[in-house]
Design a protein around this ligand. Structure first.
Ligand code: GTQ
Length: 360
């Protein structure tokens, strides 16, 4: 029998073993032309037994970040840039504008006298203020003046502009659900009619009207029972004393320290449907128990000094450093000084879809 004859079974059944692979490859090529593929070659990479995130652990030290961001102030104005931001790119996903698999992060700077013009978009944004004092974000008619540690919400389709009437540069961390919005291909964006929106509410109005255990008379809980918080600025001046109080009361989670979750004060839900955040105080000498969860998390050290230990990494952090813990990576925190950690993730979205899990 010739070799050619051996490769060609005549009865339609699979041929000898050395032939089957070649037959499969030829078949895969034929079905690929018709936009089909065999599940059995990819099954284990699409239905993984455990999460297989693309993002990796990474830290941005504020000293580095600040001087590089300041340099951008000599290259472009906030007005020309629209938003003068350096994107924090996860090293495993260069060019994709992602810090984690589902979240975008960047450091925005507004110099004295600058404004970043009003616009609105489907993506929701949060800001965590790092440096400077007295710049504002105007959101849906409320002008929120910001100080370090403030946590500011710009919900989906809320018009927002930023300005800095102070005499110092202001820097903050932006986190947006952009990769999530784009995953669903649901991005819309518009410029607002005016570059600076008219404000009709004072700084702090939304927190005092909706976050103080009272509501403006005539407001029903139902009309506020939305999937986003009515509060614009959760100020550090209000939240820090609460975690300090928890710490002194001994209410310290073994992994997370004395931690509160930022809540919609009307219904107790997360601040946004796609992103949730927390603030934790770790006592000096804290050594947390290992923890993991499916929500990849962006942390900011608001105060103090310590480290977050992952399987192959130690992320040593100080004030204003930003770092990423990928989904389902076991980690624990240690604190050399009393420290405050802000954290943000896509946990509310995962919970709404029934996907979120945590473990030791
Ligand atoms: O401040 O509106 O970092 O629209 C990225 C996109 C900030 C903002 C970012 C934005 C903004």
């Amino acid at each position: 029998m010739t070799v050619a004859a051996a490769k060609k079974p005549s009865n339609g059944k699979p041929g000898p073993k050395h032939n089957i692979e070649a037959m499969r490859q030829a078949y895969y090529r034929r079905i690929a032309e018709r936009h089909m593929a065999p599940l059995w070659t990819v099954m284990s990479s699409i239905i993984t037994p455990e999460p297989a995130p693309r993002c990796v652990p990474v830290i941005w030290h504020f000293n580095d970040v600040k001087s590089l961001v300041m340099e951008s102030g000599r290259l472009i104005t906030a007005e020309e840039a629209k938003r003068r931001v350096l994107i924090l790119e996860n090293p495993a996903m260069h060019g994709e504008s992602r810090a984690t698999d589902t979240l975008y992060a960047g450091i925005q700077m507004i110099l004295p006298g600058e404004v970043a013009p009003a616009h609105l978009h489907a993506a929701s944004a949060v800001r965590f203020v790092l440096d400077g004092e007295g710049a504002y974000t105007a959101v849906e008619g409320e002008k929120a003046f910001m100080s370090p540690g403030d946590f500011v919400i710009t919900a989906n389709w809320a018009a927002h502009d930023h300005g800095n009437p102070s005499d110092k540069p202001m820097l903050w961390l932006d986190v947006l659900d952009v990769p999530t919005v784009n995953f669903f291909a649901t991005s819309f964006a518009e410029d607002f009619d005016e570059p600076v929106q008219a404000t009709r509410r004072q700084d702090g109005d939304s927190l005092s009207f909706y976050g103080s255990g009272v509501l403006p008379d005539g407001t029903s809980a139902e009309e506020l029972n939305m999937n986003r918080t009515p509060v614009i600025n959760y100020t550090y001046a209000r939240t820090r004393p609460i975690v300090e109080r928890l710490l002194h009361a001994g209410d310290i989670d073994k992994s997370h320290g004395a931690r509160v979750r930022y809540a919609n004060p009307v219904n107790g839900g997360p601040v946004l449907p796609t992103m949730g955040a927390a603030l934790a105080m770790l006592p000096k000498g804290f050594c947390g128990e290992p923890y993991r969860s499916t929500d990849g998390t962006i942390f900011v050290c608001a105060e103090g000094e310590g480290a977050t230990h992952l399987e192959d990494h130690v992320l040593a952090w100080g004030a204003n450093d930003v770092f990423v813990v990928p989904p389902w990576k076991r980690y624990f925190h240690t604190a050399a000084k009393q420290s405050v950690l802000f954290s943000i993730s896509d946990r509310p979205a995962q919970e709404a879809l029934g996907l979120w899990r945590e473990g030791k």
